[in-house]
Ligand binder design. Structure first.
Ligand SMILES: C[S@@+](CC[C@H](N)C(=O)[O-])C[C@H]1O[C@@H](n2cnc3c(N)ncnc32)[C@H](O)[C@@H]1O
Ligand code: SF4
Length: 475
């Protein structure tokens, strides 16, 4: 008989067979954009992005700044990083980043004047990486002042930063708070020493506890932690230790990432390949974590995210105002996202643009053009319609067909006849409920949101035949 797994989520009991897991734990996009990045064109340069900025509607802004540097490489890492112990590298980078900020600011219509309160408000700002706290306190202060002089912040803006607890000092955290950062995200991954040694990232729970206490005492309104399941040598028992510690720390949000094994992109991941848990063990680890977090009162938002019941993410999901972008779930729907720095991505109205991915190329592009885009995509009408449906599935767990029909002037069932046919098998497996007016994901379906979005993706079939290794697996 097919082996059964049982997952307890609150009062509900989900039953998953091994065959089911094999069918649905397949490579798929994470849909931080639609169309997904592999589809974008390579001929989208600085002038195309300049036009997109100039033509962008005057909606509020979400600004992302990429600080790519890290002092050492964690072997599991699939992020865009530049490893250097020599901190000199950050000087020229910040010079170019400031030039890019100036260029973006110049091109924005009704760009904010330097007096606070004028122009398009920044409702969200995020420093990500790499490791933003690679920068010295002087550099942090200078970069933030440069941004503040050019953009006006909404009084309720979310101002957030990713930090690596191993390299983040008390002085840096105090400074970030004083500058106005109100959200902080700590990379933790796993506290087990064998796992930590294998991935070359040693981090003590005591130091993390102290850092979280400091953040709370300074008044950060939200503390997030990042964990990864599926790392080498991880077992249900070992990861349970990490989960228990995290629950003691009582963060506001938890990101529980599925380890993305993509050695064709990040070769160092090969070094521990033989110690990776099997896909069954990885699923058991996931099950233990999701059961523990939900029984401790966290709400499973979807994909990788958990939040407390009173957290804005949870409330936005209930109110169907949740949005998803390159940083994951956010409550700031409707903002134009502008990414600055090497590899960063922008999403403006109907345009995606990505900056140069290599440091040298980024520097050269900024010097030559002020802006550094090198890939991008202008969404057509079909892209916009499909993006809207995929976003509703991922963020709200339900699609009301009449809303999409009204927004785009289509007959939903006719337009999506093939996708709806594709969903029938998923309905039979209990992932979704199809009715004349709605597509509603079940609790089980919320664990496999990517799978439910995939039938609406018009580009996916090409990858199935041409390049199987573009995406990581669902779980
Ligand atoms: C860009 S990193 C920034 C955090 C910071 N540098 C640190 O490590 O503390 C953001 C998060 O991506 C996640 N991440 C990195 N590589 C991953 C992989 N291969 N699979 C899944 N998640 C990964 C980690 O959880 C990490 O905290
Ligand atoms: S996990 Fe964080 S610190 Fe480690 S290499 Fe990746 S970005 Fe750098």
């Amino acid at each position: 008989m097919d082996e059964q797994y049982v997952i307890l989520l609150g009062d509900e009991q989900l039953r998953i067979s091994r065959g089911f897991l094999e069918r649905y734990n397949v490579p798929g996009p994470r849909y931080t954009s639609y169309p997904t990045a592999p589809e974008w064109r390579d001929d989208f340069g600085p002038e195309d992005f300049r036009r997109a900025l100039r033509e962008s509607d005057p909606s509020p802004l979400s600004l992302y700044f990429h600080i790519p540097f890290c002092e050492s490489l964690c072997l599991f890492c699939a992020c865009n990083t530049v490893i250097s112990r020599d901190k000199e590298v950050s000087g020229p980078y910040l010079t170019h980043l400031k030039q890019e900020i100036d260029a973006v600011h110049r091109e924005l219509p009704e760009g904010p004047s330097t007096s606070l309160g004028a122009g398009r408000p920044v409702v969200q700002l995020h420093w990500g990486g790499g490791t933003p706290t690679y920068l010295s306190t002087g550099q942090i202060e200078e970069l933030f002042a440069h941004i503040q002089e050019r953009f006006s912040f909404d009084p309720g803006a979310e101002v957030s930063v990713e930090v690596d607890p191993r390299v983040t000092t008390e002085e840096q955290v105090r400074l970030l708070r004083r500058l106005g950062f109100n959200r902080i995200s700590l990379g933790i991954q796993d506290f087990d020493l064998l796992v930590q040694k294998t991935v070359r990232r040693i981090e003590s729970p005591e130091a993390v506890r102290a850092l979280i206490q400091l953040c709370r005492s300074l008044g950060f309104s939200s503390v997030n932690v990042d964990l990864i399941y599926g790392l080498p040598h991880q077992t249900v028992g070992s990861f349970a230790g990490t989960v228990d510690r995290i629950l003691e720390f009582d963060p506001d949000r938890i990101a529980l990432f599925s380890y993305a094994h993509v050695p064709w992109l990040h070769r160092q991941q090969k070094s521990f390949e033989k110690h990776l848990p099997t896909s069954r063990e990885k699923f058991r680890i996931f099950r233990m974590a999701i059961e523990s977090f939900t029984s401790a009162g966290y709400v499973y938002i979807g994909m990788d995210h958990f939040a407390k019941p009173q957290d804005e993410l949870t409330l936005a999901q209930q109110a169907r105002t949740l949005h998803r972008n390159f940083q994951g779930y956010t409550t700031k729907a409707g903002a134009n996202l502008i990414g600055m720095g090497v590899t960063s991505i922008s999403a403006l109205d109907g345009v995606y643009a990505q900056n140069q991915r290599e440091l040298e190329a980024y520097h050269a592009a900024v010097e030559a053009h002020g802006l550094a885009s090198h890939r991008g995509w202008k969404l057509g009408e079909d892209d916009l319609i499909r993006r809207s449906v995929i976003s509703r599935i991922l963020c709200h767990g339900v699609v009301f067909k009449h809303e999409v029909e009204q927004q785009f002037g289509i007959d939903f069932d006719q337009y999506f006849a093939t996708a709806l046919e594709g969903l029938e098998a998923l309905e039979a497996d209990g992932l979704v409920v199809l009715s004349p007016g709605q597509i509603r994901t079940t609790l089980l379906g919320r664990l496999f949101l990517r799978i439910l979005a995939m039938p609406f993706d018009a580009y996916l079939a090409r990858h199935a035949s041409a390049e199987k290794r573009v995406f990581s697996r669902t779980l």
